[in-house]
Design a protein around this ligand. Structure first.
Ligand SMILES: Cc1cc2nc3c(=O)[nH]c(=O)nc-3n(C[C@H](O)[C@H](O)[C@H](O)COP(=O)(O)O)c2cc1C
Length: 202
């Protein structure tokens, strides 16, 4: 089949997100200007550079009560943390995506521990095996089909990395020990629990 965007695809659900799968989940913690901790998952997320390490995520749409807190907080404070969402933390990750007002602390809502970061004021998820402390680099405005909501790509520079010692084996991160989640299309997820290795051709 083929469909042109903005013409009927004839399927029961929009297939686009299932066409770009799996997508890693950036579970992003930030701090409101009033000091309220915030946490939410974003699967329009990825690492986009290694030297220096940089990440991006995209915020689409808004809440009934206003813009999404994560983008508001990052633009106001200039800082955030990316936490790895794991199989063991799947319910907490999902709970933190609830449509909650800015004064609600999603760490408390999801039953998670907010640990202090080292280089940024935003807290990190203590239970998550990996936390990337980030500073805001740039926000890029994207086209939005809804003129009333912003569609933005937020780029951050990673300035500090926490790794739980128990996911390191011989100095290498073993993802099978924490099983990161990935987002597919619809309401589907994947979990990474099997790894294979290929060497690049010379
Ligand atoms: C697995 C998952 C991935 C998500 N990815 C995105 C995303 O990439 N962009 C987005 O705008 N919302 C995404 N959401 C929805 C947000 O998490 C949700 O709107 C949340 O309430 C935003 O919280 P905030 O206002 O504290 O930033 C996702 C939700 C889930 C469960």
């Amino acid at each position: 089949m083929f469909y042109e965007i903005n013409t009927p695809h004839g399927l029961p659900n929009d297939p686009f997100k299932a066409c770009v799968a799996p997508r890693p989940i950036g579970w992003i913690s930030s701090l409101g200007i009033d000091g309220t901790p915030n946490l939410a998952p974003y699967s329009f997320f990825n690492a986009i550079s290694g030297a220096p390490p940089m990440v991006m995520y995209a915020s689409n749409g808004s809440h009934a009560h206003g813009p999404k807190d994560t983008v508001t907080n990052i633009e106001a404070t200039g800082e955030f943390v990316v936490n790895v969402a794991t199989w063991d933390l799947r319910e907490q990750m999902n709970a933190s995506s609830a449509d909650l007002p800015p004064e609600t602390d999603e760490f408390i809502h999801a039953g998670l521990t907010a640990a202090p970061s080292r280089l940024v004021k935003a807290p990190r998820v203590d239970e998550s095996p990996i936390n990337l402390e980030c500073v805001h680099h740039q926000t890029i405005e994207l086209p939005s089909d809804d003129p009333n909501t912003r569609n933005v790509m937020v780029i951050g520079r990673v300035v500090g990395v926490h790794i739980h010692d128990n996911v390191l084996v011989d100095g290498r991160i073993d993802v099978t020990l924490y099983r990161p989640l990935a987002r597919l299309g619809y309401m589907d997820y994947a979990v990474v629990d099997k790894v294979f290795t290929m060497t690049r051709p010379t």
